[in-house]
Design a protein around this ligand. Structure first.
Ligand code: BG6
Ligand code: MG
Length: 276
């Protein structure tokens, strides 16, 4: 088994748009007189716009018309904030890692619930790096459901067990685990501690660091694989991805002789064939 792809969440992983989402929601909440601080914002990380609003409202009464207006208002604040973004807003280490992956022949995907994904990638000049984008328009069920990452893996033509998902949100980690991916969490343990491996950020992180950490993980899996992706759009045909229903996770990257003697083989990154 080889690791063939890495799927990155966008907001909070490649760039700090997680902060802009927070600021935009905060502005809306202030206007509505609803208490909202960074702690309230935690569960909103990674989840789509509408669900975010529901969490923010927390039972505050609203008509559908108001919901639509508030989502549009928040988005206009957010879009205003991202207008000034440039490649300088790529988080430390991210571009270096993307370049390294490209050199190593590892496919790069984006799995973000945001409908602004392409705009942000454009502003960061990252479009050329990615082979597949799954975003807020791609699937019906969002994180913590695994559909978005499975959709991306399908586009990349890789099995979830051949891919690593990089996430900064608890909901995203949960989604990737549910999909049967390897999961790398970025940030505090309290938030992403369920991931197979956790790094504070991408700064100074190289492909071999990730693979070594995964190879050493003793993480025990607790999920099953049996998922039907519900794509958006009436013409989209639901596709089914089925994996074994045993309590497995993707097979752990193995310490192969090749690695032991100085890194991955030229033909790819070797990983073990047996789940732990
Ligand atoms: C996710 C963010 O990537 O996208 C969430 O982590 C955000 O905070 C969600 O709510 C939806 O984004 P958008 O741009 O479609 O409102
Ligand atoms: Mg995120």
């Amino acid at each position: 088994m080889e690791i063939k792809a890495i799927i990155f969440d966008l907001d909070g992983v490649l760039t700090d748009t997680a902060e802009y989402h927070f600021l935009a929601w905060k502005r809306l909440a202030d206007e509505l007189g609803i208490p909202f601080d960074r702690q309230h914002n935690e569960p909103l990380r990674g989840v789509p716009r509408r669900r975010s609003l529901e969490l923010l409202l927390n039972g505050y009464p609203a008509t559908e018309e108001q919901m639509q207006e508030w989502m549009a208002r928040k988005n206009s604040y957010y879009v205003g904030l991202i207008q000034q973004m440039t490649p300088a807003d790529i988080l430390p280490g991210a571009l270096e890692l993307l370049k390294e992956l490209r050199r190593a022949g590892i496919k790069i995907g984006i799995g973000s619930a945001s409908k602004n994904t392409r705009t942000v990638l454009d502003r960061l000049h990252l479009m050329d790096y990615v082979a597949a984008i799954s975003d807020g328009y791609s699937v019906q069920r969002h994180k913590p459901m695994p559909d978005l990452f499975l959709h991306c893996a399908q586009q990349l033509d890789v099995d979830p067990g051949q891919a690593i998902v990089v996430e900064d949100a608890a909901s995203g980690v949960e989604a990737a685990l549910a999909g049967g991916f390897w999961v790398m969490g970025l940030g505090p343990e309290e938030r992403v501690g369920a991931a197979h491996i956790v790094f504070p950020s991408l700064e100074g992180v190289h492909l071999l660091d990730i693979l070594s950490a995964l190879r050493n993980t003793q993480h025990v899996s607790r999920f099953t694989h049996h998922v039907t992706i519900q794509k958006t759009g009436s013409s989209a045909k639901p596709s089914s991805i089925q994996r074994s229903s045993t309590t497995r996770k993707p097979s752990s990257p193995s310490a192969t002789a090749t690695w032991g003697r100085g890194g991955p083989s030229k033909r790819g990154i070797l990983a073990p064939d047996r789940p732990r």
